[in-house]
Write a protein that binds this ligand. Structure first.
Ligand SMILES: [Zn+2]
Length: 207
């Protein structure tokens, strides 16, 4: 039980920071962590920036709640599929961060080699096709990217990322949101000067 409490504390802290940075407005988004053969996930309707112990529920890998009267987030199957596809991922953050969501709203992937650091960390951040929130369709359209990418934009919806540790996942969110902001700003300034193929290859060799 101490382990469960520690895990909740970690997620509460992460949600709070993400909230303070305006990465997770209102009741949008959800957080989860692997917990043995189960998943600890935020409950339906919770606000990531203002979580308490009561805002979490354990569920199995079929998305069934293991705690009476508590309903896992409606995007629970998205988390299940991410964990199933990627045994190396232990934490998942799904948010509607404003700059990332701007690209999601315009249905634009973050796929141009604009900044060396982002090429190194993400390669690209692909855009999954639109699916109705909470639907099986959304899960299928998004999950197809989990094998090859740690971070995915969801058309007209938001962003999802995962990490080995919660800090790893959170830093990917922070980096991705700043990346989206830089790309957005550079478009306002007439467009970024893109890295050429050789420059991109040299960056990828550093991995
Ligand atoms: Zn969402």
């Amino acid at each position: 039980m101490a382990k469960l409490k520690k895990l909740k504390d970690e997620l509460i802290y992460c949600g709070k920071i993400a909230g303070q940075k305006n990465f997770t407005p209102g009741v949008s988004g959800n957080l989860s962590a692997r917990y043995g053969d189960d998943i600890l996930i935020t409950v339906s309707g919770s606000a990531n920036g203002y979580l308490s112990d009561e805002d979490f529920v354990l569920m199995d890998f079929c998305g069934n709640s293991l705690e009476k009267g508590k309903k896992p987030s409606s995007e629970k199957m998205l988390h299940v599929e991410f964990y199933k596809t990627r045994p190396d991922i232990n934490y998942i953050i799904h948010v509607h961060a404003p700059y990332l969501s701007t690209f999601a709203a315009c249905r634009k992937a973050l796929d141009e080699p604009v900044m060396a650091e982002n090429v190194f960390y993400f390669g690209q951040i692909p855009l999954a096709e639109y699916g109705l929130p909470s639907s099986k369709d959304l899960v299928e359209k998004t999950a197809r990217y989990f094998k090859d990418y740690d971070a995915v934009l969801m058309a007209n919806h938001g962003f999802i990322t995962g990490g080995k540790t919660l800090m790893d996942a959170y830093l990917k969110l922070e980096l991705a949101e700043s990346y989206a902001q830089v790309v957005f700003n550079s478009k306002l300034m007439g467009g970024a000067a893109l890295l050429d193929n050789n420059q991109v290859e040299d960056i990828l060799k550093l991995r």
